[in-house]
Write a protein that binds this ligand. Sequence first.
Ligand code: SF4
Length: 311
Amino acid sequence: MPSCTLCGEKAVMSSSYLQAYLCREHFIKYFEKRVKLTINILGLIRPGERVAVAVSGGKDSLTALYLLSKFSKDMEYEVFGLAIDEGIKGYSDLRIKCLKDHARNIGVELHIVSFKEFFGASLDEIVKLLKEKGFEYKPCSVCGVFRRYIMNKFARELKADKLATGHNLDDEIQVFLMNAIRGAIPNIVREGAITEYSTHKKMVPRIKPLYFIPEKESLIYSKLVGLNVFLEAKCPYVIHSMRHPVRRWLNKMEWERPLTKYRIIATKEVIASMLGKVETKRSIGTCEVCGEPSSTAICKACFYKNYLFGK
Ligand code: SF4
């Protein structure tokens, strides 16, 4: 790797959009400044707020928790971690242990909620049921709905004003492309660095401080600052996800045509703002079964609960 464009020290990364090489020190400063600017310019967090950070143990959520905790004193807000134990043998257990160590190391309170306690079945048990029923729904679809449900409910019950996630630039583009493939236009309008559901008081606004950070840079940062990232195992159900081929295609395009990712996110922002003028903020109702926010009469979590367990 050549030397840092700014100081001549050994570079740790090269950036095609900056057209520069950066050393450890300059990269860390640049990375942290960008996350702080995203928070400030987009008004993601206000002084006095309480922020729940959804942590999975991966590099992005640990980076989000680490940085939000680091900035919290100066920016005058409170932060805590919220994790979900899905109950995936050889994966969730190891990940939760890693997360507890990380939270202890950085002195942040961590709350853990398990699928088993909350829904009465672990994800492994749920996948068995899905198989028995002919795999009409994919594990990631059910897991994603259950996770979002728990995250919103517990963030609210723990008095969070915002729910932060570790979604990075690559995640956002993948979601945009998946929504485009499904033709889910309201989701394209709704997804962004801040997702507000002003129409339902039980919905905690979601924020994404790493919205403009490419996945590669988040990985480099987490390694450089020594975060205890969980790398030992992968979720065995990830292969069923649509995200998998979309991610591969996106990385291939970026490799062949540098800046593809930034062009797509810029296009997405323009489309979302143009559509937003027509498609007003989605109005959210209340689930007739559980009383949680829902855009349909019965929320997706209650639908899956009934499908899986008949309740
Ligand atoms: Fe859940 Fe899919 Fe993520 Fe596994 S890969 S934890 S099943 S969303």
